[in-house]
Design a protein around this ligand. Structure first.
Ligand code: C2O
Ligand code: CU
Length: 428
C-alpha cells in the first residue's frame, strides 16, 4: 500500500445487474491528451471495521477503509483508476458521481459494463475537466453497496486558485455505514484550527440516503458552489439552513470570526458537528430559514438572452407508496426512456407528488435549473447533477445532450431507486 500524497492506493448498480441490455456504450475513452496522468488503484474488499467509538461493523471497503481514499486531482488531469475486486461476491463497479465521463467509464453495472467479479479488475479513464467536489460509489446493487461502504470523495482542484483562495480547506464526507453515521469515517465531529480572518472552504458531500439540513452558527457564510459548479457572485447568508440532498455537494466559504468558533451541524447527524476556529461557543440561532438557490447570487449578463428553445420535453412525476417508488406511475422496467439526439436541448419537468424527498440524479450530464414552481430563477445560473425535490415541488430543467450513450436517471435515495424510481436517458 503506497499512500504518499494519495497516489496509487490499493484496495476497488442499483439492483440493475439484471438489466442485461448488452453493454451499450462504445468503448470511447477520453481522447488523446498531453494532460498529466494521475493513477490510482482501488481494492474493494469485505472486512470488519473497528470504528473510533469502539463498535465493530461489517463493511465493504476501498483500500481498507470506508469512505475509500480521497482522490484529489487537478482540473484537466487524465485520471486512471484501476479497480480490483478482491471478494465482493456480487461484483463491484465505480460510478464517478457528477463527473461527465464518457459512457463506457460511467460504471453502471449491466448498462455500461459488467460488474467486476471477485479476482477481476477494470480500469477507468477520464479527464477531470471541471473543478469541483465530486464523489464515487459502486453502482452494482448500489443501494446495498453504498450502504455497506463502497463510497469515497473525488476532488478536482481548479488550475488556478481564484481571486480569494481559502487558506483552509475542509472536506466533509457524510455517509451512513450500516446505520452508523460517519463523517470522514469517524463517529465523532471534526475540529479544525484556524485564526480569525482566515477563509475556510468547506466541501460538504451527502453520501447517505436522507437529506441533511446543515446549520452554520458563529459567522456569516456563502454558498460558492453546488454539485461542483460555481455560483456567480453569491451573497452572504446567516440563519439559513442548507439542505443537502442525497448525492449532492455544497461548497461553503466561511471567514473565521474573532473570539467565536463556527459550528456546522445537522439535526439528523447530531454527533457529527464540524467545529472551526477558536473562541467561545457561538450563539445558536433558532428559527432558521431554508436556503433557496432560486434567487441567490447574481445573474450573468448573457442570461438576458432567452432560454434556448427545447428540442424535446419530458415530464417526470415522482410518486411513492410504501413498497413502490414510481416515475409517471411506473417502476424502472416499465418506464420508457427519455430519448434524445446529440446536440439537442432537452427540457425535463420534474414534479414531486409527495411522500418524501426525491433527489433526482442524471448521469453523464450537468443540467441547468430554469424554474421552480413555475417561477424562473433570478439569481446565479444553477447547474446541478442532482436536484433535490421535496413534496409538491415542480422544477423545469434544461439539459444539453452533449454526451452520447445510455445513461441512468434516478432518485438518489438509493432505496427509492432500487424500488423503481429509476429510468434511462438514451441517445437515438
Ligand atoms: Cu450517485 Cu446512479 O448514482
Ligand atoms: Cu426518492
Amino acid at each position: 500500500h503506497q499512500h504518499a500524497s494519495g497516489e496509487i492506493m490499493t484496495a476497488a448498480g442499483h439492483h440493475h445487474n439484471h438489466v442485461q441490455q448488452s453493454i451499450a456504450c462504445e468503448s470511447i475513452v477520453a481522447g488523446e491528451t498531453t494532460a498529466p496522468t494521475r493513477e490510482f488503484e482501488l481494492l474493494a474488499a469485505s472486512t470488519s471495521l473497528q470504528l473510533d467509538n469502539g463498535k465493530r461493523v461489517e463493511a465493504w471497503t476501498f483500500n481498507g477503509g470506508s469512505p475509500g481514499p480521497v482522490l484529489r486531482v487537478k482540473e484537466g488531469d487524465r485520471v486512471v483508476v484501476k479497480l480490483r475486486n478482491l471478494d465482493i461476491k456480487d461484483g463491484v463497479t465505480i460510478h464517478w458521481h457528477g463527473v461527465n465521463v464518457p459512457c463506457s467509464q460511467d460504471g453502471v453495472a449491466g448498462v455500461t459494463q459488467n460488474a467486476v467479479a471477485p479476482g477481476e479488475q477494470f480500469t477507468y479513464t477520464f479527464i477531470a475537466s471541471e473543478p469541483g467536489t465530486y464523489w464515487y460509489h459502486s453502482h452494482q446493487m448500489s443501494s446495498i453497496q453504498a450502504k455497506m461502504g463502497l463510497v469515497g470523495s473525488l476532488i478536482v482542484e481548479p488550475k488556478s486558485a481564484g481571486e480569494m483562495p481559502a487558506s483552509i480547506e475542509v472536506n466533509a464526507f457524510y455517509q451512513d455505514l450500516n446505520s452508523t453515521q460517519l463523517l470522514n469515517g469517524t463517529t465523532g465531529g471534526l475540529t479544525v484550527e484556524g485564526k480569525a480572518g482566515e477563509q475556510v472552504k468547506l466541501r460538504l458531500t451527502n453520501a447517505g440516503n436522507e437529506t441533511l439540513h446543515f446549520a452554520i452558527d458563529g459567522a456569516p457564510f456563502k454558498v460558492i458552489a453546488m454539485d461542483g459548479h460555481d455560483l456567480h457572485e453569491p451573497g452572504s447568508l446567516e440563519n439559513t439552513l442548507i439542505p443537502v440532498g442525497s448525492g449532492q455537494r455544497y461548497d461553503i466559504l466561511i471567514q473565521l470570526p474573532k473570539g467565536t468558533k463556527v459550528i456546522v451541524h445537522s439535526d439528523s447527524m447530531k454527533n457529527l458537528p464540524i467545529t472551526l476556529g477558536s473562541g467561545v461557543e457561538p450563539v445558536r440561532a433558532e428559527n432558521k430559514g431554508m436556503f433557496s438557490f432560486t434567487d441567490y447570487g447574481t445573474p450573468l449578463l448573457e442570461d438576458h438572452s432567452a432560454k434556448p428553445t427545447p428540442d424535446r420535453s419530458y415530464e417526470l412525476i415522482l410518486s411513492q407508496s410504501m413498497f413502490i417508488k414510481t416515475i409517471n406511475g411506473h417502476a424502472f422496467h416499465e418506464i420508457p426512456p427519455m430519448s434524445v439526439r446529440e446536440g439537442e436541448y432537452v427540457q425535463i419537468t420534474i414534479i414531486n407528488e409527495g411522500g418524501g424527498d426525491h433527489p433526482f440524479h442524471i448521469h453523464g450530464h450537468s443540467f441547468r435549473v430554469w424554474s421552480k414552481n413555475g417561477i424562473p430563477l433570478t439569481g446565479s445560473p444553477v447547474y446541478l447533477d442532482t436536484l433535490l425535490t421535496t413534496k409538491g415541488e415542480r422544477y423545469e430543467i434544461l439539459l444539453k445532450a452533449d454526451n452520447p450513450g445510455l445513461w441512468m436517471a434516478h432518485c438518489h435515495n438509493l432505496e427509492h431507486s432500487s424500488m423503481g424510481m429509476s429510468m434511462m436517458l438514451n441517445y437515438e
